[in-house]
Design a protein around this ligand. Structure first.
Ligand SMILES: [Zn+2]
Ligand SMILES: [Zn+2]
Ligand SMILES: [Zn+2]
Length: 346
């Protein structure tokens, strides 16, 4: 197959060229852990991180000490920080505020925001793909809780949750963790998705993601599984081999509005999907990114939250950087069929 396909939300073209699949695939695999001497995320090293914002602990265990299964702490080396210049909300900058400056062409805003780390397990070598599902659910209950807190800060526009697994995905520490960065501006990708979704709504009156769910449900070609109110599918214009996405089947714009039951079902589906990828590709590096509506109201009808799961099989090279287009050597129909089989949903 050689085909150009356009993403229905982003109007972004990709080149699907399965002839290129003959080239070596999956050069990356996350190596087994080397013996280590020190890790700031391991149980017993709580003093190495800033004080925790949220934790799941055994009854009687003291905050910032051992006895936890999940901790959320501020990043020690934050990309953005809520504490500079001061904690006072009225000193935080938003576009148009006094901390936002423009000098002709150039615009700047103070680097205020939140940068938090979710330490997903006290055990150094535990992976999310084989994590107990109750613990995985604890992680996403925590994400919901932190989003609900940060959303109250009027200076924040949106938050990006992400996970890097393996060095090739950008992870700097091997101990399983994920991160949340809240920003005073809407992220570029979210802005593009919002614009695409709003456009679709103006033209048709409906949600583009709900329409995708209906089409994928009808054809079944790219659907990996649908269960407990969620669907996992391989996007029509997938940029990367085995790129997948999980979406709630009932329209919902904000992840933080999910019921506890939906969060449990979501965590279970995510773990099963990551386990299938780990089996198929010998523990590949991957990135998770959550796309959820910005904090200001107005996107409830048009936007639909989703998690994107992107295995790292090859590095972006000159063509990708130069054109902004990706060449994908695995058609999403084939990726979905293989993932269905690996998950026992044939
Ligand atoms: Zn560790
Ligand atoms: Zn929808
Ligand atoms: Zn997205």
């Amino acid at each position: 197959m050689r085909e150009l396909r356009k993403d229905p939300v982003l109007n972004r073209w990709v080149i699907i060229s399965s002839e290129r699949a003959a080239r070596p695939m999956n050069p990356f695999s996350v190596a087994p852990e080397k013996p280590y001497t020190y890790c700031p995320f391991c149980e017993g090293q709580e003093a190495a991180t800033p004080p925790e914002l949220y934790a799941v602990r055994r009854p009687g265990a003291q905050p910032n000490g051992p006895g936890w299964t999940l901790r959320v702490v501020p990043n020690k080396f934050p990309a953005l920080s809520a504490t500079s210049p001061a904690l006072a909300t009225d000193s935080l900058a938003a576009p148009g505020s006094e901390n936002s400056q423009s000098d002709g062409l150039y615009q700047r805003i103070d680097g205020v925001g939140y940068h938090e780390v979710f330490i997903e397990t006290p055990e150094h070598s535990q992976r999310l793909s084989s994590m107990d599902k109750t613990r995985a659910a604890d992680l996403y209950h925590a994400l919901k809780a932190r989003l609900q807190v940060i959303k109250k800060d009027p200076a924040m526009a949106c938050a990006q949750y992400f996970k890097n697994h393996g060095r090739e995905s950008g992870a700097s520490l091997a101990h399983s963790h994920s991160q949340l960065i809240a920003m005073p501006v809407v992220s570029r990708t979210l802005g593009e998705e919002l614009a695409g979704a709003a456009n679709h709504r103006i033209k048709t009156g409906g949600c583009v993601y709900c329409r995708i769910l209906r089409m994928e449900g009808d054809s079944g070609e790219r659907l990996i599984t649908a269960r407990e109110g969620l669907a996992a599918l391989a996007p029509y214009a997938s940029r990367f081999p085995y790129e997948t996405m999980i979406m709630p089947m009932r329209h919902s714009s904000g992840f933080e509005d999910s019921s506890p039951e939906l969060i449990e079902a979501f965590s279970s589906l995510l773990v099963d999907l990551l386990a299938a990828l780990a089996d198929m590709f010998d523990n590949p590096p991957y990135n998770l990114v959550l796309h959820t509506a910005p904090f200001a109201p107005g996107h409830e009808e048009a936007y639909h939250w989703h998690m994107e799961i992107i295995p790292v099989m090859a590095r972006a090279a000159g063509f990708e950087w130069g054109s902004g287009f990706h060449i994908n050597s695995v058609p999403p129909e084939i990726a979905a069929a293989r993932l269905r089989k690996a998950m026992g949903n044939e």
